[in-house]
Design a protein around this ligand. Sequence first.
Ligand code: NAD
Length: 471
Amino acid sequence: MKAVNPRTGEADYTFSAALAKDVAREAERLRARQPAWEALGPEGRAKVFLRLATRIERGAQGIIDALAIDTGRRAIARIEVEGLARSLHKWAQRGPELFTALSSGPAPSATPGIEMVPSFSAYPLFGAISPWNFPVVLSHIDAVPALMAGCAAMVKPSEITPRFVEPMRAILAKCPELPFAYVLGGAETGQALTGAVDYICFTGSTATGRKVAEAAARALIPANLELGGKDPLIVTASANPVAAAKVALRASIVATGQACQSIERVYVARAIAEPFLAELVRGAKAVRLTDPDSASGHLGPFIYAQQAQKVAAQIADARTKGAKILTGGLVEHLGGGAWLRPTVLTDVTPDMAVMREETFGPLIPVIVFDDLDKAVESANASEYGLSAAVFAGSLDEAEAVGRRLDAGAISLQDAALTSMVGDATNHSRKGSGLGPSRMGDEGMLRFLRRKVLICQTGAPLPIDAYAEGAA
Ligand code: NAD
């Protein structure tokens, strides 16, 4: 298979895709190594995590360089790699604490004479399938807590962004205790992985998530799905319009809008709509592309050229249906890559694709509202329920509105905070996901199966216990 450099448009990286038989062989190897890993105990695993974190810190530049080619961005590449090392540190500490909290002696049952002794064991083989928008973060965000729980882990990164795997494999080779492996490839490799593991975490589009959930249902394994979003931001009449516009801009164009929790719909109160839009357009025009100098600017190219076409189609659909484009709106081809400056749209209506479908690009459609209740209703009228945001004149007011929004994580007086707050337990709703939280302690606890030893401390039940007429 080949991967494309998003800055040059050249398919200049070749890698071999794992076939179903390769995935099966890797799964077998990992399963064989898992019992020893689990037997190390949480403290032993924490030591390995800390060694791996140090190696990643030392080898960070190699991973960052590879990731920067895949994604066309350097600053976020650094944040991703440093974040991986931080997450190993975090789980090296939190994992053993959680295991200590779980270990309890026998507890009396409500059933007379019975005592219960709980025990916990990891799903033997964990699998993850990840997308291209944050390749390093999303390939490890579930795998690290799964490994801490005691699972072996097999991860399939996106075939669009495979370059970071090579330097990571070199680092992992120096941590032989860790039962962890990457398998590279596309949909077929993903299908094979889903069929080979005991627990699957999928991050990606809602359409593919459904397929993975169906396959997991057939295999009778748990599936955690983290899927698409169409996050709304509500700006109330009491908000500072300039501050709100700055937040709206940053949260909409972060990572060129290629973030599941980027703001994709803005609802602003009429009383402040004019200064809000003026600042939004001013700020949008001031955003600099990271071209030609990749080391300076705010906005990188689309990682995946086909995504640019999807976004252009949404702009065309909105234009045809009467939307006004206040700035941006044209996909540019620079140096072989596809780019789009922040694009502010007004006069948008709920029937437009830009208000219904996930965009994954730097579009900011703005709806002006007169009635806050109707704005809340519109924000909630979406197939998605990943996250949302509220900007108001006070935190109290923002909280009151936030409580009414139908999503898993609500940022108040800011936006798109979800991914930055690793301890914020939350559940994605509707088409945005399924299953326990990847954030917070649940991030690890979900990988532990509970077993209970039921101890009879009195006389064993006699045969008459269930006999007819014995009462
Ligand atoms: P995608 O669904 O096209 O692909 C995701 C992964 O699934 C890739 O690794 C791909 O190879 C694999 N895959 C494809 N078909 C498969 C199949 N039938 N069985 C198993 N695996 C298969 O998604 P994408 O375009 O790479 O990523 C963008 C999407 O990811 C957006 O919708 C975005 O919102 C979502 N996303 C969600 C979160 C979240 O936490 N909720 C985070 C980041 C991205």
